[in-house]
Design a protein around this ligand. Structure first.
Ligand code: NAP
Ligand code: GLV
Length: 310
């Protein structure tokens, strides 16, 4: 028997119940805290589960994240040691991420930030054009999302490079990895796109000192997690003009507090963590396929390496 305990304060429980019970006939879908007999529950499907959730479910085989990120699970104080932790792999998020990244890249590549400021100031002044091939874009993280973003930007003619933990080859992209690789990647990135998981290695990674390795006038696009890009350093490099701007979808505290300096900053564009939203259809299909495989003792995609944090 398959019994799934579900918790999310931000997803559509009715839609997941309908999809999963259709895809897994006979499965029991139980919404926290109405989980029935806890001994029967063998899977969890969650986004930011509350304290008390995991201790109540002692027989979990796998915990599925309702997102690509698993930092909300790996920092959970009660996460069971013996259950698999599974993230969504693309599941319809990669095309959304590519659209957002393209929008932000074009914003800076075509000087829309400067023209918006000039319009507000009543100015009429063209800026010199830069050929697409001369615009260097750097992507931190070439996983399910970063590799799709990189491939699509490269297909449009941008000069794209990526940075990963282990050596990785994505066709059409220059690749860097490790500490030296990060220095080299930063030095050649007019637009830096962050698509790393939040782990003990990436938390606070983009310090002010690192941001100063970017070329003068570069821009940063954070689509991953706020804590990877510390706020004080970003505000400092924007203040003295080393960076021209930042496009931010993710924040240390969400919702971003009403009085946060990012809110009214002339060189920061914010969106409320919508760069790539979880889509019920593809997400439920991926989870259902993985449950079927686990029930047949077969390997599944997206299993998190706990010690690596993603
Ligand atoms: P993924 O497939 O796990 O890929 C992660 C990438 O980051 C891999 O290329 C990995 O390198 C690299 N990486 C991890 N740690 C690193 C380190 N210490 N140094 C250098 N590279 C490192 O993840 P994904 O599915 O692409 O998702 C990435 C993140 O996007 C998620 O974790 C989540 O936080 C964020 N996200 C945000 C939104 C949104 O709406 N804003 C939506 C979905 C996801 P290797 O290739 O060497 O393993
Ligand atoms: C969203 O941030 C996700 O991790 O899917």
């Amino acid at each position: 028997m398959v019994a799934i305990a579900y918790f999310s304060a931000s997803d559509n429980a009715d839609a997941y119940q309908a999809e999963l019970t259709r895809l897994l006939p006979g499965c029991s879908f139980r919404r926290w805290p109405d989980i029935g007999d806890p001994a029967e529950v063998n899977y969890a499907l969650v986004w930011k589960p509350p304290i008390g959730f995991f201790p109540a479910l002692p027989h979990l085989k796998a915990v599925f994240s309702l997102g690509a990120g698993v930092d909300h699970l790996l920092t959970h104080p009660e996460l069971p040691n013996d259950a698999l932790i599974v993230r969504l792999v693309d599941a319809g998020m990669a095309p959304q991420m590519a659209e957002y990244a393209l929008y932000a890249a074009l914003h800076y590549h075509r000087d829309m930030d400067r023209y918006a400021a000039d319009q507000a100031a009543g100015l009429w002044q063209p800026y010199p054009a830069v050929a697409t091939a001369d615009r260097r874009i750097g992507i931190l993280g070439l996983g399910a999302l970063g590799s799709e973003v990189g491939s699509r930007l490269a297909a449009l003619g941008f000069d794209v490079a990526g940075w990963t933990r282990s050596p990785r080859d994505v066709p059409g992209l220059e690749s860097f990895h490790g500490a030296d690789g990060l220095e080299a990647l930063l030095a050649r990135s007019d637009i830096l796109i962050i698509l790393l998981p939040l782990t003990s290695e990436t938390r606070g990674l983009l310090t002010e000192e690192k941001l100063r390795r970017l070329p003068q006038g570069a821009a940063v696009v954070n689509l991953a997690r706020g804590a990877i890009l510390p706020e004080a350093g970003l505000l400092a490099v924007l203040k003295d003009g080393h960076l021209r701007g930042a496009f931010l979808d993710v924040f240390d505290t969400e919702p971003l507090p009403a009085d946060h300096p990012y809110r009214q900053h002339p060189n920061i564009r914010i969106t409320p963590h919508i760069a790539a939203q979880t889509l019920v259809g593809p997400a439920a299909a991926q989870v259902a396929a993985s449950i079927r495989r686990l029930e047949a003792n077969m390997p599944i995609p997206g299993v998190v390496a706990r010690q690596e944090g993603y």
